[in-house]
Every structure is written in C-alpha cells, then in structure tokens.
Design a protein around this ligand. Structure first.
Ligand code: FMN
Ligand code: EPS
Length: 389
C-alpha cells in the first residue's frame, strides 16, 4: 500500500517525508522533482519567504543511482530560513521561547484551537506545523508519484481558473519557469487579464488584505476501475476530497460539474454511454469528471478546489490574547497575499499521490516489470469487454 508521512516545522531545520510502497526499478528524474518544487514557490503575490528558500530534494534512502529499491523513500527539503531561526527552533538545545512568542491568535489559522487543545501558551508551537510550508513535502511525494504514473502515460496537469473575481479564462503557463528564474510574475495567455490580476493583487496587498481563488487539476489517460464502490472508504472521489481538504486553505472540492449537479435535471448531469468498434466504450459527455460509483471511468478526471484567502492580514482582524483573554489585534506574521498558483501545483501533486495509490493497488507489482505486465493484462481484459485506451 502506498502511504506517506510528513514531519517538520516551517522554520525548523528541514522538512522530512517518508514515502512507502513505491515499486522497485522506477527511474527518478531528480530535476523534474525539483522543478515541481520550484513551481510551488512561484506566482505573483507570494511573500518574502520565497526569496529565501530554494527548495530541492535530498533523498536519504530507498533509492540507488536514481532507481527506486522498493524500500521506503526518505526525502529531505532543507529550510534555508532555519539559519535565521536556529536559536528559536533548535530541537536539540535550549531554545529562546520568548522573543518569537505569539499569543495574539490569528483568525483563520490553527492558532487559537491549537493552543487550547495542546495546552500551549505560545501559538508558535502550533503555527510552525500548521503552516503551508508542509506542502513542499507533499509536492515532493506527489512528484515521485507522477513519475511512477508516467510509465503508464497517466498525465496530470493543473491551472488556476479563478483569482478573486477574475474567473475562468486565465491559464497559468508554468513552462516559463524552466527558462525564467524570476518566478514572481503572473503569466496568463490573456495579457489584459494578467494586468488586471496583478492590479487586483497589488491593490489587495496595499489594503493589508489577501485573496483566494479556484484551481483545477486534470488527470488524462486514466484506466477504468481505480477505487471501488464496495465500501465508502475505498471510493476514490472520497479519498481525493479527503487528501485535498487536508491541504492548507482548501475549503471546497468539486468533481466534474461539482455543485452544479444540484441545479439541473438528471438528463443534464449523467454522461451517456456509447460504443463503437473503433473507439470502444465511451462517454458522450464528461460532466461527472471521470468518476462514477467511487471508481474512475477512464474519462479525464476533472477536479476543482477552492482556496480561501490567506488568513494572516497586514491590516489585522480583531482577536484576543490567548493567555490574558484581553482583546488584541491578531499577530502579523510575514505572509503571502495570494498563493493560488502555488496551491494549484500543490493540489496537482496531492491528486497524483491518490491516483498513484489506487493505480498500484489495482495493478499490483513489486517492481516496474511486474507492474507493466499486470497492466497489459488488465488492458487486454478490458479490451475483451469493449473498453479501449
Ligand atoms: C501554498 C500556500 C501558501 C500559504 N501561505 C500562507 C501565508 O503566507 N500566510 C498565511 O497566513 N496562510 C498561508 N496559507 C494558508 C494557511 O496555511 C492555512 O489557511 C492555515 O494553516 C489554516 O488552515 P485551513 O485554512 O486549512 O483551515 C497558505 C496556504 C497554501 C496552500
Ligand atoms: C513557507 C512557505 O509558505 C508559508 C506558509 C505560511 C502559512 O502560514 O501557511 C506562512 C508563511 O511563512 P513565513 O512566515 O515563513 O513566510 C509562508 O511563507 C512555503 O510555501 O514554503
């Protein structure tokens, strides 16, 4: 079973993840994993931290000569900012708990309830872990999963479909990052829209406010039958929603036309089924986004996620001091104003893990060769039943 754990604080020494269940003999492209990490750091509206970090993976185990060994893969991403935080964050020596103490808890963050639940007087003990810095680990794990899936031509993409009120037409082109190291710009196909988005983010930031948006993830060339209807926790849509909602700031997940299913009649929602000798079994439409009964249908998977605006505001909201209970304005921590493009990269890689997990479960195999022959035999059986890739 494919599974992973992440560990590490935002300003701690490094982020660690362990990915277990990867078959042996998968060749990893380290540059591509690092490119994915770089994409996650990009986008107009990010804060000062992204100028400090240059995320790269350091694989500590489970891989030899860039090929997986079938053993757990341990991955480190160093936090460069740790150098500036050593005396506050050192896990092995006495730390200065006073200078960076946070007690004016921020609405929209884990600060308040984290302090109550874990009995902390310092919300730093909470925010260091709840921070979306952790998404770097999730992207590293997802990037490995994407490479496993690539062996079977399963391909994931993502893009931003909304920032604040700017909707639908903008498609961020992340390819520019390969040649352009300064990733702090917005890139839309529609240049007028690009200017409008930049102006909105600038205005929002100048007002001490923040902005959210919607991202879309698409998975092409999936085979039918990943996930199962036989038990609720085996449904792949449920697992996708769980993993995506478990991502910082994601407040909604839609599959296919999503909430619009409620607006219309059944005949405008269901995807009719057709068959012809050349194409095999096909859907006339794909409104349900490639998933029925908790299983992939083989059509493209389409998922949208709503990201709430960043909760730390430079014009802070009213709050309290969690220890004195007196009214205060929330703490200002260095922060992003808009992280929607980064979130799109995160969601894509989070989805990659879930798809990969179910792919490995369905196809099975301890090594790439076994996977490939099991895959071919499944495709053959599907072919006999009328489904063609
Ligand atoms: C890529 C990314 C970057 C983020 N950057 C910030 C940030 O700079 N400041 C902030 O307050 N929240 C930021 N967040 C959101 C918070 O981490 C998140 O809202 C918070 O941990 C509370 O979790 P919840 O929104 O899931 O309830 C970011 C989220 C993502 C996905
Ligand atoms: C560090 C990252 O994002 C951080 C997510 C984050 C939060 O509260 O979620 C707050 C900010 O942290 P800092 O105070 O260190 O600038 C962001 O920069 C990252 O994405 O790598």
């Amino acid at each position: 079973m494919l599974r992973y754990l992440t560990s590490g604080e935002s300003h701690g020494k490094s982020l660690i993840s362990i990915l277990d269940g990867v078959p042996a003999n998968i060749e990893l492209n380290i540059e591509e994993i690092n490119l994915e990490l770089k994409k996650r750091q990009s986008g107009y509206g990010r804060g000062g931290r992204m100028k400090i970090e240059q995320d790269k993976i350091n694989i500590l185990g489970g891989v030899r000569g860039k090929k997986t060994l079938g053993a757990p893969i341990s991955i480190e991403i160093v936090n460069k900012d740790y150098e500036n935080w050593t005396k506050y964050m050192n896990p092995m020596e006495d730390a200065d708990f006073e200078t960076r103490k946070v007690s004016n808890v921020r609405p929209g963050h884990a600060d308040l309830v984290g302090c109550l639940k874990y009995d902390f007087e310092d919300a730093r003990n909470v925010l260091e872990r709840s921070s979306a810095r952790e998404t770097a680990s999730r992207v590293a794990v997802g990037a490995i999963c994407k490479q496993i899936l690539k062996n079977f031509e399963i391909d994931l993409t993502s893009h931003v479909v909304q920032i604040g009120e700017h909707k639908e037409t903008n498609y961020y082109d992340f390819d520019y990052i390969k040649s352009n190291v300064d990733s702090s710009e917005v890139r839309c196909v529609d240049k007028t829209l690009e200017e409008q988005i930049i102006a909105t983010i600038d205005k929002t930031r100048a007002n001490g406010d923040t902005i959210g948006g919607v991202v879309e993830v698409r998975v092409k060339n999936v085979i039918p039958g990943l996930g199962s209807y036989t038990h609720f926790d085996k449904k792949i849509d449920g697992q996708l929603a769980m993993h995506l909602m478990g991502t910082q700031a994601i407040k909604g997940v839609e599959i296919g036309i999503g909430f619009d299913v409620a607006k219309t009649s059944g005949s405008s929602v269901m995807d009719e089924i057709s068959y012809d000798d050349e194409k095999g079994i096909r859907r006339v439409t794909n409104r349900l986004g490639g998933i029925e009964g908790g299983m992939t249908t083989g059509e493209e998977i389409i998922i949208r996620c709503a990201m709430k605006p960043i909760p730390t505001l430079y014009k802070p909201l009213n709050s309290i001091d969690v220890n004195t209970l007196k009214p205060y304005q929330a703490s200002i921590e260095r922060s992003d104003c808009c992280a929607v493009p980064a979130c799109s990269v995160v969601c894509e890689n989070v989805v990659a893990f879930v798809i990969c997990k179910y792919f490995l479960e369905k196809i099975g195999g301890d090594n790439l060769q076994d996977l490939k022959s099991n895959y071919e035999s499944y495709l053959k059986r599907l072919g006999d039943r009328g489904w063609k890739r």
